[in-house]
Design a protein around this ligand. Structure first.
Ligand code: PLP
Length: 444
């Protein structure tokens, strides 16, 4: 039995305390100007990121390295948080950036807001660099759901036109097409595939067989949410392109988990939520729209600039005022990820997920839906326990083991664990022991 956690697991004020110290230090130094523009947060962020870079250069044993990285998060030591798939924790520098961004807005709204709004283009560029795209191909959204809706809503489709999805799409990626079906008579097909598949071609073949002369769009998850299956998006995009079909990928989980490259994937559109795996604050998302495909999409929100094709993807995010501190903090999040190294993060996530599959695979009564194939697996692991419902399993893991996983009740019923880089091998083992105990002692 784990130590009980206090009612509020995180210590409010811990990070704010650090940030306040820097803030007061700036005042004491007489540099009032530094307050405008979140100077304090930038100092804290720089220190945190420099510490990661330094650690990275030290060639420490893996667990020691990741323990240092974990030290840059506020997350409670007792808590095995394994649901980054819904919402990942911000590392400290990102949290500082949010807090200080709002402080600066409250201090000097005029100048600060002007500065923060300019950050839109900076963030667009940084996101573009992060996913190997052009800044003119990145629209700033609030999340994946919004990005998927922008594309579904923005394409001119007629009654009888077909959209191919899988049977494991998240509602945020599927329901926008359901509106299209109800409003215009578009036909949405949800294709099944073996779970887990033994080879990406099993999925690819389903799509190839389902394409008809009326198929207009292939809209699929990059990483499926109930089981964590990585779909062969690059191959699907190539197939679609060869038939004059557009591809939209729901990449909610991919940014920050997989080392993404839009050029390589070759999709037309890609929606994501950097606050799941990339450490960004909730409320920032991005939508990639390939240059040549933009003429096919109408903007959904509009103010001045929506019709200016010269500005590229900017015309899809003309939202007037927006939450500037979140934009600034998202840049810090990308910087933090880059300091660790994206390939290293992906490797860590995959290694923890492999350990989890191995541990769960040893327990009789567990059905694993995640594949062991490196091409098909991810940091999400979906499973069920024979004889136990998902809700009671999730609640018991929390109450008995202080492990936070989630239940999935749409498309497929599973318990889902996210293994992010800040999780530890011990936490993975703790989850497996918790499952073991459920079979031995029942649920709470
Ligand atoms: C595959 C997938 N798509 C879309 C979403 C919706 O994400 P958001 O709430 O960030 O829009 C999720 C949420 O977890 C998801 O798993």
């Amino acid at each position: 039995m784990q130590k009980p956690l206090p009612e509020t697991a995180l210590e409010p004020g811990t990070a704010a305390g650090v940030s306040r110290r820097l803030f007061l230090g700036a005042v004491a130094a007489g540099s009032a100007g530094v307050l405008v523009g979140g100077g304090a947060s930038r100092a804290a962020a720089r220190a945190s990121i420099a510490s990661i870079e330094e650690t990275n250069a030290q060639a420490l044993p893996e667990e020691d390295f990741w323990s240092k990285v974990r030290g840059e998060f506020l997350i409670s030591e007792e808590l095995a948080y394994m649901n980054s798939g819904t919402l990942g924790p911000m590392p400290k520098p990102v949290y500082y950036a949010v807090v200080d961004g709002y402080r600066a807005l409250a201090t000097d709204p005029g100048r600060e807001n002007a500065r923060q709004m300019k950050a839109q283009d900076e963030l667009r560029q940084e996101l573009a660099d992060f996913v190997n795209a052009d800044a003119g191909e990145v629209a700033l959204t609030r999340n994946t759901t919004e990005g998927m809706s922008f594309i579904a809503n923005g394409l001119d489709l007629k009654a009888g036109d077909e959209v191919l999805c899988t049977f494991h799409e998240h509602p945020g990626g599927l329901e926008p097409w359901k509106i299209k079906a109800k409003r215009y008579g578009v036909v949405v097909k949800e294709l099944p595939f073996p779970v887990p598949p033994s080879d990406p071609s099993e999925i690819l073949n389903r799509f190839e067989d389902a394409i008809t002369p009326r198929t207009r769009v292939i809209s699929v998850s990059h990483v499926t949410f109930p089981t964590g299956c990585v779909l062969p998006v690059k191959e699907l995009a190539a197939l679609a392109r060869s038939r004059g079909i557009l591809t939209l990928a729901d990449g909610a989980h991919a940014i920050g988990m997989l080392d993404l490259d839009m050029q390589d994937l070759g999709v037309d559109f890609y929606a994501s939520s950097p606050y799941k795996w990339a450490g960004a604050p909730v409320g920032t998302g991005f939508l990639y729209l390939r240059r040549e495909s933009q003429e096919r999409v109408w903007p959904t929100v509009a103010t001045t600039g929506w019709d200016d094709e010269e500005t590229g993807a900017r015309r899809y995010d003309r939202l007037s005022q927006r939450a500037g501190p979140l934009l600034l903090a998202t840049m810090t999040a990308l910087e933090f990820q880059n300091a660790i190294g994206r390939a290293r993060i992906e490797q860590r996530i995959m290694s923890l997920a492999a350990r989890l599959r191995e541990r769960l695979g040893e327990i009789a009564g567990v059905t694993l839906y995640a594949s062991d194939d490196r091409e098909l697996c991810s940091g999400l692991t979906g499973f069920t326990l024979e004889g136990f419902g998902r809700t009671e399993v999730v609640e018991t893991l929390w109450r008995r083991n202080r492990v936070w996983v989630r239940e999935i009740d749409y498309a497929l019923s599973t318990v889902r664990a996210s293994t992010h880089h800040f999780n530890t091998e011990d936490q993975v083992d703790r989850l497996a022991e918790g499952i073991h105990d459920i079979f031995k002692e029942g649920t709470l």
